[in-house]
Design a binder for this molecule. Structure first.
Ligand code: HEM
Length: 453
């Protein structure tokens, strides 16, 4: 009886003519199991049956999947009409109420403005790039002294420690180690179901958030007591606080959530792109040779231990192409999530309030009209046409929430690659499995044998 009632309810609730075509699947569970099992093929099959705009029920929510270029542009540019970020509750809870995905309207403009002022091209050039370079030079030392290294682990540490260096100049290993332990728990918590029991990852993630807050609060208080203004992101945020007239004045609570947001947003994107770039370069010696040529030309003008600077970074055209091609081919980000705050018309249909909208960009990456021979790793394609500036380029999102960390992320990966390819050769040990969906990862690590170049 209960099953029958649920099916009837499902039918009435979702088989409404004003909704787009598609299937909803099982009551409550929807199509989550098929989606998780089939991965990208699930989306491809539904698209073949129902077109670029269809309904489904995924991860506990009725969902519209959009692969339509025009509709996507509309969705990404019309947050004010009620299309706000639709990320899972665990993520919003653990990243904090001032985290950028949790705020909309004027509050979003404020947090985003504060962030953009800290990572503008001038700030990257003058303050952040020298820190990044100093960190990479030291982090990438003596990798050839170990027999084999797990490049996944190394790139994860690189992304986290590099952010910590830029945010607060944290080099003290006790702060970094404490942060690292808590941060890994926090990340797991954001990816779990929001069930608050002592044994759940959600609970541990929440506890980790509390410990991180305690750590950051103490650092802020110490800095305030010392009255020293430091040239790093935290220094900029605290200095902003000191200037009463500044448009981007932040409270301590906002500063803390902003720091967590910066580290969280750049962590997996930067580390996974770096790992996959190492993988693709290993598998494509001609691309590696071209990349190395670019970096050796930069080194030729310097002595062995000289840093590189922002001008060197802007000259790394092929490296930039390798980073975009890696992101495209591996699809580091499958798409972005929005939700409706009211019933609304979209693409000729009425989408009810509270539905999730999945702007699924993965398929764009393999569209042969945009990227001929799309399954081939071909960084040169980015040099021939200005693909980066076309509307189909959604690797860093688009519209009002276009990734503010794009240039910072690309600079970080470029600096990592600079020291990696000019210092080392590497050979994969072999046998490692790579999973591409829903996240790109090497479940048992990606092991490489490194020797001096
Ligand atoms: C390869 C590196 C990166 C990729 C592929 C990437 C990708 C993206 C994408 C697709 C979005 C859009 C999310 C949405 O619309 O809901 C986004 C937003 C964002 N990214 Fe990145 N990102 C990268 C690096 C970084 C870095 C290093 C930072 C650190 C500052 C960062 C900070 C952010 C923030 C704060 C947002 C939210 C912006 C907003 O809501 O206004 N990202 N990123």
């Amino acid at each position: 009886m209960l099953g029958f009632a649920l099916f009837t309810w499902n039918d009435i609730a979702y088989n409404n003519k004003s909704l787009p075509p598609g299937t909803i699947g099982w009551p409550i569970f929807g199509q989550t199991i098929e989606f998780c099992k089939q991965g990208p093929n699930f989306m491809k099959n539904q698209r073949t049956r129902y077109g670029n705009f269809f309904k489904s029920h995924l991860l506990g929510c009725p969902t519209i999947v959009s692969m339509d270029a025009e509709v996507n542009e509309y969705i990404l540019n019309n947050e004010a009409k009620g299309l706000v970020p639709g990320y899972p509750q665990s993520m919003l809870d653990i990243l904090g109420k001032f985290n950028i995905a949790a705020v909309h309207g004027a509050a979003h403009k404020h947090m985003r403005g504060a962030l953009l002022s800290m990572i503008s091209p001038t700030m990257i050039k003058e303050q952040l790039f020298p820190k990044m370079d100093e960190f990479m030079r030291s982090h990438l030392s003596n990798w050839d002294s170990c027999n084999v290294i797990d490049i996944q682990q190394k790139t994860k540490e690189m992304a986290l420690f590099s952010s910590l260096k830029q945010i607060g100049g944290f080099a003290s290993s006790s702060i970094v180690q404490e942060f690292r332990t808590e941060f890994f728990k926090l990340v797991l918590g954001t990816l779990s179901l929001p069930i608050n029991l002592p044994t759940t990852n959600y609970h541990r993630g929440f506890q980790a958030r509390k410990n991180i807050i305690k750590l950051l609060r103490k650092i802020i208080e110490d800095r305030r007591a010392s009255k020293e203004i430091q040239q790093d992101m935290l220094g900029s945020m605290m200095n902003i606080n000191g200037e009463a007239k500044n448009r981007f004045k932040l409270t301590d609570e906002e500063i803390i959530d902003q720091i967590i947001t910066i580290i969280y947003s750049g962590y997996e994107t930067v580390s996974t792109t770096s790992m996959m770039a190492v993988k693709y370069l290993h598998d494509h010696p001609t691309a590696l040779e071209e990349l190395r040529k670019e970096h050796l030309a930069i080194r030729e003008k310097k002595s062995l231990e000289d840093p590189i600077d922002y001008n060197d970074y802007t000259a790394m055209k092929f490296t930039r192409a390798v980073i975009f091609e890696t992101n495209r081919l591996a699809t580091i980000v499958n798409g972005v999530l929005r939700k409706t705050t009211q019933d609304m018309e979209l693409n000729g249909y009425i989408i009810p309030k509270g539905w999730r909208i999945y702007v699924y960009t993965r398929e764009l990456n393999y569209d042969p009209q945009i990227y001929p021979d799309p399954y081939t790793f071909n960084p040169w394609r980015w040099l021939e046409k200005s693909l980066e500036y076309q509307s189909s380029f959604l690797i860093f999102g688009g519209g009002t929430r276009l990734c503010p960390g794009k240039e910072l992320g690309v600079a970080e990966i470029s600096t990592f690659l600079h020291y990696f390819v000019t210092r080392y050769r590497w050979e994969e040990v072999g046998g490692d499995e790579l999973v591409k969906f829903p996240r790109v990862e090497a479940p048992n690590g990606l092991w490489v044998k490194v020797s001096a170049y």
